[in-house]
Design a protein. Structure first.
Length: 270
């Protein structure tokens, strides 16, 4: 099943200066965010990727053209002849298509510009290149294929650390509730789509909400998940992910039992 990843945004809140790498190439440990997202899909057997490039396209291409397997795999190096023997490999079975989808394109426009690479697939996957999760993708795909939906998306609890205030007459505060405790859900990406989605897309519009609104309510489903999900939108987000990485508590790294922290991921909400 092909995986479309949107890698072309400017990521202004993540940039230290005008020369910074694009947000998907921000490092978490020894690998960039983009690699972590791709490795998640590969864990479930999906290794055919279409990268929608824009800002910083050269950095993404260069990374994979000069990919170093030794950074995340054990190996033996025989110094006499500089022979390198890897005990495992990350990406030798990956197929990666690099497509320039424009510097200022919307997510919807980026998807439309790779249409020819996925329109013959019965079902394909799509996602932002900066969100990490340990959601059970195989279960999500199974649910989607059993439905008549054209699109599904991962629905996660509101992630904001802010609070909602209840205000009575006289501006008296009568309640303070963390936003995460609200019975609302936000778009977490990890889309599963049928090619019919392209019939509902328009130039200059977004995938969310524009195209999906045309399909609601019968042809869009939410896959609700209360487990680990994190978007790396800011330097603070990235710092928190780095802290998890170096403390070996990385729920999203399902492919590496030494780093998941030993916790079991919850199931989707029924």
């Amino acid at each position: 099943m092909k995986v479309v990843l949107f890698c072309g945004g400017l990521g202004m809140r993540m940039r230290e200066d005008a020369q910074s790498a694009p947000k998907p190439m921000a490092m978490i440990g020894d690998r960039p965010l983009l690699w972590h997202v791709m490795r998640y899909y590969a864990h479930f057997g999906h290794t055919d990727f279409v990268l929608c490039l824009g800002y910083g396209a050269a950095a993404v291409k260069d990374y994979f053209l000069h990919y170093d397997e030794t950074l995340s795999n054990d190996f033996t190096l025989t110094m006499s002849d500089r022979d390198l023997h890897l005990f495992s490999s990350d990406i030798t079975d990956w197929n990666i298509t690099f497509i320039d989808t424009g510097l200022n394109s919307t997510i919807g426009e980026r998807l439309m510009r790779v249409r020819r690479h996925v329109e013959n697939e019965p079902v394909f996957l799509a996602n932002y290149a900066d969100t990490l999760t340990n959601a059970p993708l195989d279960e999500m795909v199974k649910r989607f294929e059993a439905s008549q939906a054209v699109a599904s998306l991962l629905a996660v609890p509101v992630q904001s650390t802010h609070h909602v205030l209840d205000i009575a007459d006289g501006d008296r505060v009568t309640g303070i509730t963390p936003m995460r405790e609200l019975t609302q859900w936000e778009n977490g990406g990890y889309f599963i789509l049928r090619p019919e989605i392209f019939e509902h897309m328009r130039e200059g519009e977004e995938l969310v909400p524009d195209a999906l609104e045309r399909l609601m309510p019968e042809r869009v489903i939410a896959q609700r998940y209360k487990g680990f999900w994190r978007a790396a939108d800011t330097f603070k987000d990235r710092a928190e992910l780095e802290q998890l990485y170096y403390s070996a508590r990385c729920p999203w790294m399902l492919w590496d039992t030494n780093r998941t922290g030993g916790s079991l991921a919850p199931a989707l909400v029924s």
